[in-house]
Design a protein around this ligand. Structure first.
Ligand code: THG
Length: 390
């Protein structure tokens, strides 16, 4: 600590006396807060002598060694690890994930768009995911404008930001606006090692943690083996060649839609859980993430309350498998233990792929309870739900 001799007076001079500075600095030293003591504007040799005399008898601060954790920050720090429990990331500030947010941004109503971010934080989002990937937008400009706006709102900017884009240029535009330590969402091996490392090194320079999607030159990983192998390969490159520490790496092993009516999709949740478990076992310091609403259940939108319950069931099992954080509709998730036993059993049959007729039975059940037959499976989309980030 090397302070001025007080604040400048109206003549730009410094009035604090050697006696007073020595006394104050002595108090800091006694409290064990000082690493180095000195002076700055307005301090003269007499001040330094007085400071030296009063701090001499105390030892310098002993740095506390903090446990190794993923530590990110907005205006406030957020530690993600053993003590924090599961961390939820607000998903609604996403033009591809919310029709409402998309409309606001496209119409230039940034004032209301900012309120979407605030609502996510007020609903309990501990970080917010921001995505401006929309064909009709200048995504780079939109990302910059939105981040600059929310940076000046302490009730939003207190949480760390997750910058979500499939375009590196948009992510980098975002990184330039961030105060604190953000999360980049995402990088992957899709375009090979050279591009992966180029982006990773820039993340490192901007001081960001990074989400790596389980995606490589062959495409999106949809088996346990490929998810785990890609995670291992990415971690090795990040640590050995891009200067990353393991705790700043977040792996996203791809959450895909289940109960789509296509048999191969029935095991997607189980495979996601198993991949998370194996990645954690091999790299205990690495964090696991995912986009929860991708799981979709293919009854999208028909009954938001029941859909949210299904998400809660998926989440419950994912967290037990090692999920540390997920992009969710903050505040809209029911609690697993509150779900009616009959519904829970049927949803778990689907999520855990426990019986061949699980989807059918869940649908039948849904149609027999109130709000009759509102939900129909949408079998039309055979492709796994693609993350907009990959
Ligand atoms: N992994 C990572 N990042 C991601 C994803 C992921 N980012 C984007 C996405 N996936 C997570 N975010 C969302 C946000 C919304 C929805 C799904 C995923 C969603 N929205 C409603 C829908 O499409 O039916 C829209 C509802 C509305 O318009 O209000 O489901 O996997 N790293």
């Amino acid at each position: 600590m090397h302070p001025n001799a007080g604040l400048p007076n109206e003549f730009g001079e410094y009035d604090d006396t050697p006696g007073n500075m020595g006394r104050v600095m002595g108090q800091f030293a006694e409290a064990g807060l000082l690493n180095i003591a000195g002076g700055c504007c307005g301090t003269r040799p007499e001040h330094i002598r007085a400071i030296a005399a009063s701090v001499r008898r105390y030892s310098p601060r002993k740095p506390v060694s903090l446990p190794v954790r993923l530590r990110v920050s907005g205006l406030e720090p957020l530690t993600i690890g053993e003590e924090s429990g599961f961390v939820n990331v607000g998903e609604r500030t996403n033009v591809t994930g919310s029709a409402r947010f998309s409309k606001l941004v496209l119409n230039g109503d940034y004032e209301t768009a900012v309120e979407v971010a605030r609502q996510q934080v007020e609903s309990g989002a501990q970080m917010i995911d921001i995505n401006m990937d929309e064909g009709l937008l200048d995504s780079q400009a939109a990302m910059t404008r939105f981040l600059n706006l929310i940076a000046t709102e302490p009730s939003i900017a207190r949480v760390p930001f997750v910058i979500d884009s499939s375009k590196w240029s948009v992510i980098e535009a975002g990184l330039k606006c961030i105060q604190g330590k953000p999360v980049v969402n995402s990088i992957s091996l899709k375009e090979g090692e050279a591009e992966f490392l180029r982006q990773a090194k820039l993340c490192q320079r901007y001081g960001a943690a990074v989400i790596v999607m389980a995606f490589d030159e062959q495409g999106q990983a949809d088996t346990v083996e490929r998810r785990v192998a890609i995670a291992q390969r990415a971690c090795k490159l990040l640590i050995e060649q891009a200067g990353f520490v393991p705790q700043d790496i977040i792996i996203d092993p791809n959450i895909f839609a289940i109960a789509t009516g296509i048999d191969e999709h029935n095991d997607y949740a189980v495979q996601y859980f198993e991949a998370a478990r194996q990645i954690k076992a091999k790299s205990p310091r690495v964090r696991i993430s995912g986009g929860l609403s991708n799981v979709s259940f293919s009854f999208r939108g028909n009954n938001p309350v029941r859909e949210a319950k299904r998400y809660a069931v998926f989440l419950y099992h994912a967290i037990r498998a090692g999920l540390d954080m997920a992009i969710v509709n903050a505040g809209a998730l029911p609690i697993y233990d509150d779900i009616e036993p009959d519904l829970l059993e049927r949803v778990e049959d689907v999520v855990l792929n426990r019986r061949a007729d699980a989807t059918e039975r869940l649908l039948t059940f849904a149609s027999t309870v109130k709000g009759k037959a509102k939900e129909k499976p949408q079998n039309s989309s055979g492709a796994p739900a693609m993350s907009p980030s990959v």
